[in-house]
Design a protein. Structure first.
Length: 438
């Protein structure tokens, strides 16, 4: 088009010259047209170069933009793969949890539920989808129990709270603890809640078995202890006057020990009937230093058999405390008895009695083998058994646990310090004044 318009302008210029000078020949007209054609071609070529440059710029820009888009797409694909990987990891972790786990959004719609929770609640994972718990509860009694358990907390679905409920599964009642945790975002915003369902059926079965065992043992002990008490009283009445001082001292020790055992057996029987199982104490004014000395007197016979020396370190002034005159001496007796059991022949046991402005303290230190560090956290657990401890064969593992219960019932504390090969020290701390006992 540009070339045609150029030729038209050249022809018009030539026609104008002919009109000015009509005498010119056709050859002159032809030469005029030829002279104008190169200039027109130059303009045309320039326009073509500009057009090509523009097209080239568009092509280069388009390629650069395409490259940027492809890079962005690759980054997006890589990020999607990373997110898929993280999601797979989270799902694997959730499914590997032994407890039931349910993730809810703020409207209580299910975001995720693992197979354990589905088995507990009788749900099919592929049919749950994003349904709300309340809708599922309408057709599922187990989910209804869970919803009721959530509602029994302080505020529906109270965060960081726990409640126990039961479900009938596989022909028997199962006990579950429902615990609810907050699900929050990076900025602390509330995204929903995480429900944990922990199966504590085995634990509750064990607790019931132990309570039944304690009740049975306590009940069975009461009859022989009563017979022993009667026999001791008859001995005092019939031969008390003819007894030598040493024999009379042993008989008094027997009577005292029988009385303590009867009190402990009765207390264990009462505790086994209660879920709280807290040992009650009857507080009276007693002299702690005198109690310790009275306890050690009958134990000296056992110490002499192993040539163990029992040493008592105490202030000269008496130390009055408010405590149970039967149960508190039993605690010290148990600790000294353990020290005698673990101390080697020719060893030493040291009892130290001290106090400050508010607390009385008794420590029992032996020269035995000590306690392994990994066993220290479990030393006061009920029924704790240590397979490597041959001297404890036949023991129920209740002594230290009962001692701890008695001390804590006095608002006191008992603790242990030990080092392998360097002996063990148990310490009992009791408040001095009655009003601090609660």
């Amino acid at each position: 088009m540009l070339e045609a318009s150029g030729r038209a302008r050249v022809t018009m210029a030539a026609d104008a010259k002919i009109r000015e000078n009509p005498k010119k020949s056709a050859s002159a007209r032809a030469r005029s047209i030829c002279d104008a054609t190169p200039r027109t071609l130059q303009h045309t070529h320039l326009h073509l170069q500009i057009l090509l440059a523009v097209i080239a710029g568009l092509v280069v820009g388009g390629l650069a933009a395409y490259a940027l888009v492809r890079r962005a797409e690759r980054r997006y694909e890589v990020r999607l793969l990373e997110l898929d990987l993280e999601r797979s990891k989270i799902e694997a972790i959730i499914e590997s949890v032994e407890d039931g786990l349910i993730v809810l959004d703020p409207s209580s719609a299910i975001v995720h539920i693992n197979e354990v929770a589905c088995a507990i609640l009788g749900l099919e994972p592929h049919t749950v989808g994003t349904a709300k718990l309340e809708r599922l509860a309408a057709d599922n009694p187990h989910v209804a129990r869970l919803v009721a358990a959530r509602g029994s907390l302080d505020g529906e679905g109270a965060i960081d709270s726990a409640v126990e409920f039961k479900l009938f599964l596989r022909g028997r009642d199962h006990s579950y603890i429902h615990r609810e945790l907050a699900w929050t975002g990076p900025g602390g915003e509330r995204l929903g809640a995480i429900l944990l369902l922990q199966d504590v059926t085995l634990l509750r079965d064990q607790e019931r078995s132990r309570a039944n065992l304690i009740a049975t043992l306590s009940h069975e002990l009461k009859t022989p202890l009563t017979s022993l008490a009667i026999a001791a009283e008859l001995l005092v009445e019939t031969t008390g006057a003819a007894m030598a001082p040493r024999e009379r001292e042993l008989l008094d020790t027997i009577r005292d020990d029988i009385g303590r055992l009867q009190a402990i057996a009765g207390n264990l029987l009462d505790a086994s009937r209660s879920s709280a199982a807290r040992i009650a104490v009857e507080r009276r004014a007693i002299m702690l230093d005198r109690v310790v000395r009275d306890i050690c007197r009958p134990l000296k016979l056992q110490a002499d058999e192993k040539r163990i020396k029992i040493e008592i370190i105490s202030d000269e002034r008496p130390i009055p405390i408010w405590g149970d005159p039967i149960k508190l001496p039993w605690v010290i007796t148990n600790l000294v008895g353990n020290a005698l059991r673990y101390s080697p022949v020719g060893g030493r046991i040291t009892l130290e009695i001290s106090h400050d402005a508010t607390t009385a303290r008794v420590t029992v230190a032996d020269s035995g083998p000590g306690i392994a560090p990994e066993l220290m956290p479990r030393i006061f657990e009920p029924y704790a058994q240590f397979p490597d401890d041959a001297s404890q064969m036949g023991s129920a593992g209740l002594g230290l646990h009962i001692a701890k219960e008695i001390v804590e019932a006095h608002n006191g504390r008992i603790y242990v310090e030990s080092e392998r090969g360097r002996g063990t020290t148990f310490a009992v701390e009791i408040p001095l004044r009655e009003e601090t006992l609660g």
